[in-house]
Design a protein around this ligand. Structure first.
Ligand SMILES: [Fe+2]
Length: 368
């Protein structure tokens, strides 16, 4: 397990003194996929709803009544395209437009009531910042109650959650693997006002992973909205969707198994962020997570600093599968890695071997 170290997070990744804006949440993730019908079938079983095909794009929605939570454009290749984040006001879009390369404001794709500005992060992901009507409160079943020793909540009542796809309330976070870790993390902090909740280091002066949250002042926000992780290439790691409660994750798991989809890891409870989690792989091998019960932080809470370890991924759960974080080694991957490290300002072979050493760690000494 990773325990907090007595290192000042401001020494490693200082908060932006004057970010251009402060986003307040994540809205969507976008992909290309070679088979939109298969994407629709998979993500309907995963829990997204109202698949809408328009031209060469598929839109899918969460319960919270914002624009689409996922967008898929038809293409021969399955790629990650980018992420959408919610601005706090329409005026924020006007501020962002002054940034180099920004496009908009323009109507938000798939969300007729919303507006968007398009930017690009230093890893090449298209980041759309959106503003529009506030999300509805989802009309879904109430969270399960528990009969505790000192709190008897359910008497003469049965507990029978329905067997169905998990109820996706909202998109919660997206994790990005990047080649230029500091440059990308700084961009999200300086441009969009995200602040670190947890920083993980390879050694005292070498942050390699940061959990960034929205700074909403006194209003609590999820422990992380965007996570930036040092890697040998720019790559989508996973996106996570909030569901009602633990039983909603578990009944959704039953449903996904009944449909024969590929499980990735879970259920368990993360350490950093404390979410209950369950991960699945879509037909193109990308990872998607159901979660609930995230830690919530106000803007003033400082970040913790800890060592990057595999054990630090979770408090409890089954062993982390060997393929969960480790890359698939192929001649193409090796060539890309060599080229990337040669051209990188931040990534070195030394750092790569240290990251590999972490990836090969046994997360628990007593588990195979
Ligand atoms: Fe996650």
């Amino acid at each position: 397990m990773s325990t907090p170290l007595s290192i000042d997070p401001e020494e490693l990744l200082p908060r932006a003194a004057k970010p251009i804006i402060k986003v307040r949440d994540i809205a969507h993730v976008r992909f290309t996929r070679p088979d939109l019908n298969k994407a629709s079938a998979y993500f309907s079983d995963f829990g997204l709803r109202q698949p809408q095909h328009k031209g060469d794009t598929l839109y899918m929605f969460a319960e919270a009544g914002l624009g689409p939570a996922m967008m898929f454009t038809q293409s021969d290749k399955a790629n990650f395209c980018g992420v959408g984040l919610l601005a706090s006001s329409a005026a924020d879009l006007d501020k962002l437009v002054k940034e180099a390369g920004a496009v908009g404001p323009e109507p938000a794709e798939g969300w007729p009531e919303g507006k968007q500005v398009r930017l690009r992060d230093p890893a090449g992901n298209e980041v759309r910042v959106l503003y529009g009507p506030s999300p509805d409160v989802p009309a879904v079943r109430r969270a399960m109650t528990m009969n505790l020793m000192d709190e008897r909540n359910r008497v003469n009542e049965l507990q029978r959650p329905p067997l169905r796809p998990s109820t996706i309330l909202r998109l919660g976070h997206c994790v990005l693997s990047v080649l230029e870790f500091n440059q990308v993390a700084r961009w999200y902090m300086d441009t969009l006002g995200l602040v670190p909740s947890d920083i993980q280091i390879l050694d005292r002066f070498e942050p390699a992973l940061v959990f960034l949250r929205c700074d909403r002042g006194d209003e609590p926000a999820d422990h992380h909205t965007i996570v930036v992780a040092q890697n040998v290439e720019n790559k989508f790691s996973h996106a996570a969707f909030e569901v009602i409660d633990m039983d909603d994750i578990a009944m959704g798991q039953e449903h996904m198994f009944s449909r024969g989809w590929k499980h990735a890891w879970g259920m368990g409870r993360h350490l950093l962020g404390s979410q209950l989690f369950d991960y699945w792989r879509d037909p193109w091998d990308d990872k998607f997570e159901h979660f609930c019960d995230s830690d919530l932080f106000t803007g003033d809470r400082p970040a913790d600093v800890s060592l990057l370890t595999m054990g630090g991924l979770y408090q409890w759960g089954p062993p982390v599968p060997h393929d969960f974080e480790a890359p698939k080694i192929s001649p193409g991957f090796i060539l890309r890695t060599l080229r990337n490290i040669r051209n990188s300002h931040e990534m070195t072979f030394k750092k790569m071997f240290r990251l590999l050493k972490v990836a090969k760690q046994k997360p628990r000494s007593w588990k195979a």
